[in-house]
Design a protein around this ligand. Sequence first.
Ligand code: ZN
Length: 279
Amino acid sequence: MTYIKYLKVDSTAVITLARPDKANAVNGPMLDELDEAWSRAAEDRDVRVIVLNAEGKHFSAGHDMSGSDEALSGQESRASEPDRNQGLDWKNGGLASLYQWESKRYLGYSRRWRDIPKPSIAAVQGVCVAGGLMLCWPCDLIIASEDARFSDPVVRMGIGGVEYHGHTWEMGPRKAKELLFTARSMSADEAEKVGMVNRVVPREQLDAATMALAAEISEMHPFGLAQAKRAVNQTMDVQGFYSALQSAFDIHSTGHGNALSVCGYPVIVSLEEMKKTRS
Ligand code: ZN
């Protein structure tokens, strides 16, 4: 794997976002690798707890807007990574192509990770922007370091929020609206206050605190853990979580459709940025 590292520490699988030079910005191959890593952890009988962490200063800068993100650039596979984008071609295939690509990699993957019947813990430091939220929200628990900041600034680009609408569930409707309407970032302390993260620790203690919590949980009965997780997730699902995610994904996609119709690009960006991205 190029963008993801996978390690086993006793009965904990540690999945690491390993693209620190790009602040762990997310692209298609990285998401596919991440999904492979989640699958490996899910299928390994010796793994009782899954930790998702990130190398470098930041957890994730979100969608890779540099032009190497197949979803946004609509580029064919790069020569070095043939067939990894599985036919995404919004320049010819329009919104349908983008919808299918995002449906699988954003909504589909995040929903699948959320339902894997093993406890998972995300360890978040630095910035966690937009696409980064879709990586940590599916985890059962989140530990943030004091410098962590969470944001979803995509309203600036004419989109109503990222593909996986955890916002309302994670922080309640008013804070969700504030975060989206203002594009501001939420501090770790505020995220803890609204219940989005479990605890906040100093940056230098993030790894140790996460692994200690994983070790503590791994002492519990694995079937009991799976059932406890299912009970909580199922409670959210009968309140509409699952179908709300699908609805909000479709709303998100109309944002891309609107942007495509007005500027021929899946998000509304300034002309200068568009030229940069397309050159
Ligand atoms: Zn999208």
